[in-house]
Design a protein around this ligand. Sequence first.
Ligand SMILES: [Zn+2]
Length: 453
Amino acid sequence: MNYYIKNATLVNEGQTFVASVFVSDGKITKIIREKEDGPSTGSGTFAPSTQVIDATDKYLIPGIIDEHVHFREPGLTHKADIYTESRAAVAGGVTSFMDMPNTMPQTTTQELLQQKFDLAAEKSLANYSFYLGATNDNLAEVVKTDPKRVCGIKLFMGSSTGNMLVDKNEVLVRLFRESPCLIAAHCEDEGIIHSNTVCSKDLASKGEVILDASIHPFIRTTEACYKSSFKAVDMAEKFGARLHVLHISTQKELSLFRNDIPLNDKKITAETCPHYLWFDNRDYEGKGFAIKCNPAIKSHRDKEALLQALHDGLIDTIGTDHAPHLLEEKMTDDYFTSKSGFPSIQHSLDIMVNLVDDLPLLVQLMCHNPAILYQIDRRGFIREGYHADLALVDMNASYMISNADEYSKCGWTPYDGIKTHSRVTHTFVNGNLVFENGLFHMENRGSRLCFNR
Ligand SMILES: [Zn+2]
C-alpha cells in the first residue's frame, strides 16, 4: 500500500509547515510543501493502490523512538509481552522501542540477546532493539556486541533489579574502556539505599515512621542518585565511554550535564521520563504504591527543574521507562514487596503535550534526539528517503485517559482520569498504517533497528 498524507501540518527539525507526504515501499518518497495561499499542489494521479489520508488540521510528526522500555518478555509475560506492549506503543505514536535486559532470563549473553530479536521479529508491531545487560562477570559477552545491530549496553550502577548490579570497580573500569557501544546507565548508589533502608526499618519498628509509598524518596534519595550519576559521568570522562544516564529524577544531577555543545558531539547525555515531570512527592498520598518507581519520584522543586532542563538542553531525551506490573503486584500492604515501575508508553506523548506547549521541542526530545544519540539509521525525522515511521496527532481532540482503554497487558495506568489536549489518530511503521483511529492493522511486523556507528 502507498499513502498520500494530504495537507498535514508537519512538525520536523524545528519547523512547522503545511505539506503533503507520499509514502511508498516503506519509505517517505516525497514531501510537497503547500503554498500558503492555496490548496494542495500535490494532487495528481497516483498508483491505484495509493490511499489518500486527509490530514487537514492534524500534525504529522516522526514516529516516537522510546529508548527505554521493559516489555517483560521472556519470562514475565503474565504482566506484559512484546506483542501487547508494542500495540500500546503504536497507539501512542511510538514506532520504535529499545527494551531493557531485566527479563527472565536476564539478557546477559549474545545468545539470549538473539533470542529476544527472534521473538520481536515474530511479534512486534513496532521497530525494536534490545540492550545487553552488563554484570560483574560477562565482559566477554559485552565486547562481542555489534554496535551496528544492537542499541547499547545496560548498566545498573545501583540495585534496581536482580543480579545485574555491577559493583566491582575493576569491571566498571574495563566496561567504560572497552564497551563497543553506548552504555545506558541506571544510577542509584546501593550503599546509600541500603543504609536508608536499615534506618527506615528501625524507625518503623519504633513506630516513628510509616513505611508507605511516601517513604520511597527518603530511601532512594537525591544523594543516592547524585553519587552514582557522578561516578558514572566521572568514569565516562576518564575512560572515553559513550554514556547515556537514564531517568534523571533530581535537580542536583542536572549539574553533571552540558548544554554548550551539539548533541552530535556529546559523549555524555541524559534522559528523563514523563512521570518525573508530571508527578511529585505530593502525589504519593493519592496514588500510593501505584507511582512507586526507581529512581523515586522526588520533590516539586526537582520536577520544575527537570521541566526547565528540557528547554535548556541539559536533558537530551525523554524515554518512558515503561515498566508494567499487575496492579496487585503494586498495591500490596508492604513497602518492600510492592513492585517498582508502571506502564506509560501509550500516553507518553499526550502527557508531554499536557506539560509542554511546544510540539517542536517534544519532537526534538522524543523523535530526533534519540535518533541522533543512538545514531539510528534513517529514522526519527521526516525526510525523503527515510523509513516512513510517522504519527498523525489531532491537537483539537482531547480524551480522558482510562484504565479501561489501556492496551498494556497489565490493564491499568497511573494517568487514569487525566484529560489530554491531544490524541494520536494514525501511526505508520515502515510505511504500514498500523494504528488508525483506535483500530489496529496487525498484519505487518516492525524491523530491527540499525545503527550508523
Ligand atoms: Zn528502566
